[in-house]
Design a protein around this ligand. Structure first.
Ligand code: FAD
Ligand code: SF4
Length: 517
């Protein structure tokens, strides 16, 4: 029988209820999945990142085959996604291609190109995984001089009735649970001198036969790629993802809010959910995660402050960054508002640096494919911002290293939130701080040869030197930002001669790093 639909399932679309599979008829349709070599090579992906995608895709194909659905699955070879698709079209002669909206601008472009080249109809269906469509976000953004996540988040809370209570006094009949939209003031503590206690063990999934064969393949074929597979234990199927969710809700959510921003050397997992991979591969829906967290609060199992903080990450930030991505692509890729022009220091790929915070965060990222938000934003990201690394190189590093890295979410977080390269679209001010922030939120500085309070001299913390140099370099731009006024005002207390010392020390820091390449 002639093939009706060739249904393309991309590596981050592993959801059997995705719109592309609506009306799938095994008698006349076929699923198409492809492990494309260019995807692993185009971004210099870490071994963990390559392995999670391949292993999760193979498990998903197995799930579909178990339903007796035909699956055309192309295992890794040298083909690119579009070349492989053109060849499959020539062989299978489908009447049309069907796909759920790709998460990456470049992939959507390539599929459109295939459609032009082959003349085969391409049906791009809306991605129901997200709680705000690309068009809805564009409508939210239209006419606003400045976008701010907080207002978007409130709209989303109302629209999806999350953490809302009926309230006859309120204009729309609802007000936020607990009478506030945001409980940040109750969250975000640092650990005491003894550090975290009784951190629950990470959910681990020992590799099965499929995963073991992928790990062997990656070890052999991508031996020179960064990172290690020794600690590989990620959830790769929907069942495992649900187990990870359940484990988080029961064991970590009650403590999540308090320790959301805290760091501790050698403690990678802490009280975070580790759900970003499962969410981004679409093994879990954001709404089911949000509802589970809300229910835990309603059942008295977790405090409202922490639950609200967690919900804001998913219903607020995650949806917001996706909106920003699609609103601004493809120009967003090239944003560099602060004209940063330094190469990424080589030790970002090895972790071999004397700076204790960076050594820990980078080594952990390479070994586990994971770091929590504050490690990404206020350790690696902060250093790159202050040092003045080209945003495109920072973007390439984040996209490479983390298992949850998919461009729609990674790019706005890196370029926008962490590097301020979009000039303030994502964040109202640069996340710039001295080493004292890291000292307050972690124990890293205790094991470091540098002193976070010092900005010049042999013991000066590089973050602190580079922070003041950053303010000096961008003084006129930052002075016009009311949210930076206090920070910029502090420059007035620094004498001209100390300014010269800061500049000279920052310059020699950069010279040393570039010599080590
Ligand atoms: P938790 O701390 O448990 O948070 C719960 C969930 O909220 C996460 O699983 C995630 O889905 C969502 N979330 C939290 N913060 C954000 C955010 N800022 N943007 C979008 N979603 C958020 N997240 C990715 O999923 N992929 C990336 O490639 C990515 N790159 C980042 C790069 C930089 C420079 C920064 C600063 C942040 C990045 N983030 C990225 C956001 C965030 O750091 C990760 O989602 C989080 O650390 C994942 O760990 P977790 O699942 O334990 O999160
Ligand atoms: Fe990091 Fe500076 Fe603290 Fe060392 S002193 S751990 S470089 S913040």
């Amino acid at each position: 029988m002639a093939l009706r639909h060739l249904v393309i399932v991309l590596g981050d679309q592993l959801d059997a209820s995705a719109s592309a599979l609506d009306g799938f008829d095994p008698a006349q349709d076929c699923v198409w999945m492809c492990e494309s070599a260019d995807e692993s090579a185009r971004t210099w992906s870490s071994k963990q990142r390559i392995a999670v995608f391949l292993a999760a895709m193979r498990h998903f194909a197995q799930t579909l085959r178990a339903r007796a659905w035909p699956v055309e699955y192309l295992e890794l070879s040298d083909h690119s996604l579009d070349q492989a698709l053109v060849q499959s079209i020539a062989r299978l002669q489908p009447a049309a291609l069907v796909v759920t909206e790709p998460g990456e601008w470049g992939v959507r472009e390539r599929l459109t190109q295939v459609n032009r080249q082959t003349g085969i109809a391409l049906d791009v269906r809306i991605d129901r995984h997200f709680l705000c469509t690309v068009d809805e976000f564009a409508r939210h953004a239209k006419g606003r001089k400045q976008l701010r996540m907080e207002y978007f988040y409130r709209e989303m809370r109302r629209r999806h009735q999350v953490l809302m209570e009926s309230d006859p006094q309120a204009a729309d009949g609802y007000s936020p649970s607990g009478g506030q939209w945001n409980f940040d003031a109750d969250n975000r503590e640092s650990f005491g001198a003894d550090g975290p206690t009784k951190v629950p063990a990470r959910s681990r999934f020992e590799p099965d036969t499929i995963t073991r064969s992928v790990l062997a393949l990656v070890r052999e074929r991508f031996a020179d790629h960064p990172g290690s597979l020794d600690e590989f234990a990620w959830p790769l199927t929907r069942e495992q993802a649900l187990q990870t969710l359940d484990d988080f809700i029961r064991q970590r959510l009650p403590e999540f809010g308090c320790w959301q921003d805290a760091m501790w050397a050698g403690e990678a997992w802490l009280y975070h959910s580790h759900l970003s991979l499962a969410l981004n591969l679409k093994l879990l829906s954001p709404l089911e995660v949000i509802r589970a967290a809300e229910q835990a609060w309603r059942d008295g199992q977790a405090p409202l402050a922490g639950v609200e903080g967690f919900v804001r990450q998913i219903l607020g930030w995650r949806e917001y960054v996706r909106g920003i991505y699609w609103l601004n692509m493809p120009d967003y890729l090239y944003a560099n508002a602060l004209a940063a022009d330094q190469a990424l220091p080589h030790w970002f790929w090895t972790g071999q640096t004397e700076m204790a915070c960076l050594r820990d965060a980078i080594t952990q990222s390479l070994n586990l494919g994971y770091a929590h938000h504050i490690q990404r934003l206020m350790v690696t990201g902060l250093f790159a911002l202050l040092y003045g690394v080209r945003p495109s190189e920072v973007h390439a590093w984040y996209l490479s290293v983390y298992v949850d890295a998919v461009e729609w979410v990674e790019l706005p977080n890196t370029l926008g939130m962490s590097q301020y390269a979009d000039g303030g679209l994502m964040a109202s001010k640069p996340y710039a701080a001295t080493g004292k922030y890291i000292e307050r939120m972690s124990n890293y500085c205790k094991k470091c040869p540098y002193s976070p309070a010092k900005r010049v001299g042999p013991k000066a913390c590089p973050f602190t030197t580079l922070y003041w140099d950053f303010l000096l370099r961008h003084e006129s731009r930052l002075a016009s930002n009311p949210r930076m006024a206090l920070q910029v005002k502090n420059l007035a207390r620094i004498t001209d001669s100390e300014r010269d010392q800061i500049r000279a020390q920052a310059q020699s820091l950069r010279a040393v790093q570039s010599e080590q390449r």
